[in-house]
Design a protein around this ligand. Structure first.
Ligand SMILES: [Zn+2]
Length: 466
């Protein structure tokens, strides 16, 4: 039984899963005879080395169809076996020093021995030392005849710009879950492996876009569960939390049931479920949930922050719990804009509560005052300063000074006439008011009596004596 990752490694362009744009770019370059140097970048297990070998085969195949290698000629077969003299594969991680680089370059200088092109595949090229890169740079700038470099890297930003500028860079994006799931199911059909759709999806998700990882996981599952692979077995094998636990976490965050979050995490730690995987699945569950958009974004903002450090902390389950509990407070939080607007609203209603809100209130008050002034200008002024209109209670309260005493009925009548008959009018004569407390000096009193005049008090708008 051949192992699946080797069996399903693509051997020609049409067997490559996904990467259609990358393949198109490579094929176009090969139709023109290839370029001096390629950089194939992407995560591990995405198929960089497989693709490099396909390019090497295409460049050396004795009977290619367009640019697709035949896989039958001696050159194709030898390249596949890794014994073709003109295709050299090195790992920069173990050949990073300058001497090794010089050695390689010397070997290249003679051109191909039996093939059409010499191909140097350098894996993990970003791990070359600076001096080794300098050696390569000269050769890439002026390559020996019939030589092609293929640099594979998981970290293209670590390759000096001088090298990058002389290569065509082919980025290989991680495969999406749908494509990977389809590929897993395809393989299972061919291999007669029983797998549920959901289990295939979990394997695809777990491999994070790497086709090699997906097939390796499938291989492991097949060996352990020969009677078939379902969701539960897959989750258990990968240390995944059961889906129901993830759904519970989502619900508790949403409802703010923090004690339940704590016991859920305790349970996870007892079962040694990977906290990062749990967190990621919870984030996904929330992202796909019916929680209102603004809240879900804010919850996931908090949870995503923890994904960065949860593997590094000593107490990952506590970190997880803290993060989930923090997120659960979103339920009770509200936007600052909303708070401000509510404060404003409350403030406005407080201002207007005792005051008559109608637009023509001013007019009514003016008419009221005018009529009161016909009795006495001072009564009019007193009422103006002391009146409170509680519109909702249909109540008018007037705090007035002694000057209004005895005139209550008349005032009430006038107020009702102008503000409305349905108002109840209460008049409170304040005997401790300004007038009473203002002691008229004896001399003034005497003068007033002597002259037969009247004492008039002039009050400022604040009621202070002037
Ligand atoms: Zn061939």
């Amino acid at each position: 039984m051949q192992n699946l990752p080797i069996k399903y490694r693509p051997r020609r362009f049409k067997e490559v899963i996904g990467h259609s744009l990358a393949i198109k770019a490579i094929k176009n370059s090969l139709k023109k005879g290839g370029v001096n140097a390629y950089i194939l970048s992407g995560i591990r297990g995405i198929g960089k080395t497989s693709l490099a070998r396909i390019i090497a085969k295409s460049l050396n195949c004795l009977s290619p169809k367009e640019v697709e290698p035949c896989l039958r000629c001696t050159n194709c077969l030898e390249i596949e076996k890794g014994i073709f003299i003109d295709v050299i594969e090195v790992d920069a991680a173990t050949n990073s020093n300058v001497e090794k680089a010089r050695e390689l370059i010397r070997a290249l200088s003679y051109g191909p021995v039996k093939g059409k092109k010499r191909v140097l595949i350098v894996d993990e090229v970003h791990r070359l030392s600076k001096q080794a890169f300098d050696v390569f740079l000269k050769t890439v700038e002026e390559p020996p005849p019939k030589t092609t470099f293929i640099f594979a890297t998981t970290n293209p930003s670590s390759i000096p710009d001088t090298i990058v500028s002389r290569c065509i860079e082919i980025p290989l994006k991680p495969l999406d879950k749908k494509t990977l799931t389809k590929q897993i199911i395809e393989i299972c059909k061919k291999e007669k492996i029983y797998i549920t759709q959901k289990a295939a999806e979990i394997v695809a998700e777990h491999s994070e876009g790497s086709v090699r990882d997906a097939i390796t996981t499938l291989e492991e599952l097949r060996l352990i569960f020969s009677d078939g692979i379902d969701e539960e077995k897959t989750e258990h094998y990968l240390g995944y939390p059961p889906s129901i636990t993830v759904q519970k976490a989502k619900t508790y965050i949403e409802t703010g049931e923090r004690d339940k979050i704590s016991s859920l995490i305790k349970d996870l730690s007892e079962r040694e479920i990977d906290p990062l995987i749990f967190l990621r699945r919870t984030i996904k569950e929330i992202a796909e949930s019916e929680i209102p958009y603004d809240k879900k974004v804010r919850i996931n903002e908090i949870l995503l922050k923890s994904t960065k450090f949860i593997r590094e902390v000593d107490l990952p389950y506590i970190a997880l719990e803290t993060s989930l509990i923090k997120a659960s407070y979103i339920k009770e939080l509200t936007y600052i804009e909303k708070v401000v607007s509510e404060i404003r609203k409350a403030k406005n209603s407080k201002n207007s509560e005792p005051t008559y809100k109608e637009n023509n209130f001013r007019d009514k008050m003016r008419d009221l005052q005018e009529e009161l002034a016909t009795i006495s200008p001072r009564i009019s002024a007193q009422v103006k300063n002391g009146i409170s209109v509680y519109e909702s209670l249909k109540l008018v309260k007037i705090k007035a000074g002694k000057v209004c005493e005895g005139k209550e009925d008349k005032i009430k009548e006038i107020v009702k006439k102008h503000l409305g008959d349905d108002f109840k009018v209460e008049i409170l004569i304040n005997s401790n008011g300004n007038e009473k407390s203002f002691k008229v000096p004896k001399i003034v009193e005497k003068l007033s009596k002597d002259l037969g005049g009247e004492i008039r008090l002039k009050l400022s708008s604040k009621g202070e004596k002037l």
